[in-house]
Design a protein around this ligand. Sequence first.
Ligand code: ADP
Ligand code: MG
Length: 352
Amino acid sequence: MKKGSTAAVLLTLGLLCSCSADSGSVSHTDSMESESRDVFAMDTYMNLKAYGENAGGALSAAQERILELEAELSVTDENSDIYRLNSSAGERVQVSEDTARVLSAAVRYGELTGGMLDITLYPVLRAWGFTTQEYRIPGGDELSELLKNVDYSRVDADGVSAAIPEDFMVDLGSVAKGYTSDAVMETMRENGVDSAIISLGGNVQALGSKPDGSPWRVAVRDPFYPDSDMCVLEIEDCAVITSGNYERYFVGGDGNTYWHIIDPADGYPADNGVVSATIVGKSGLMCDALSTAMFVAGEDRAAEFWKSSIDDPELDFEMILVTDDGRILYTEGLEDGFTSAGTMPAEVIERG
Ligand code: ADP
Ligand code: MG
């Protein structure tokens, strides 16, 4: 292991990140005044916890912000920006600042990941029934036909409006929760809170450290036994976001399991050897985008992507992958705050 680079990464994480996430629950070991709120939005159970005098007010403001973003970004709500964009028949539509920002960022992460993240996959997701839960296995020809209308680079968003070609559809399911958790952190700060932790369906983001100054402890789920944890991370001021094949799937008439993260290369559920990808970093949006993309990438391409991102300020992240043969791989910047919780062997990915 290269000591210098590890220290650099840890320094970054130390400054930016120190969340400890339980994929879905937050501990209650504190003396300072705190409040907790459950919210159901974006088809997701969310829990928000804030500390300090204005915790209650901050939580109400955060809840309102979540509902505002849901109304803008939903793919099914007929009044949302995204619904209007998808039914615009190629015309340019006015969108909110939030929507424009998420669209532009998602296109950028599409570019950075060589198209492994592609927000225009919606017609393919529909063909599999992931949008309605009426699952089916589309034929190869059908998928090839649909993929002709899939290409993130055709999404054209500026600060106030957006356009997509006719027959294209976008869906922000891969990034909306990450953007939302960034927005909640911002709202907490604006409301005088500097210690908070939230879980949006298991995706965790922390503001600051625990009130006593110690890092948050965040557990990451075992994809093979989603009721158990596979590891615990110590973090501050960062997001821990996971994409896993256990989150939404169905078993086809052929006995095979099909999950909701699609490889844009062929339109089939991504099956490149990774069953869960967890990204740790300062931006929830980046972590959400990359969790989906690194799940698609698979072990080798994901490790390469992380290594090649070392000097890229747009891609400052750490990662935990679980392989389909039951190994945990985590990047060396996480080493100090990582504790294994299950029986899977864990290896460190080094910058090399
Ligand atoms: P989750 O929302 O389950 O936490 P993700 O952040 O990985 O998981 O987002 C998965 C969602 O993103 C899918 O439900 C689908 O709507 C959409 N999606 C699936 N594959 C891709 C992909 N390769 N690029 C962009 N979006 C995708
Ligand atoms: Mg994601």
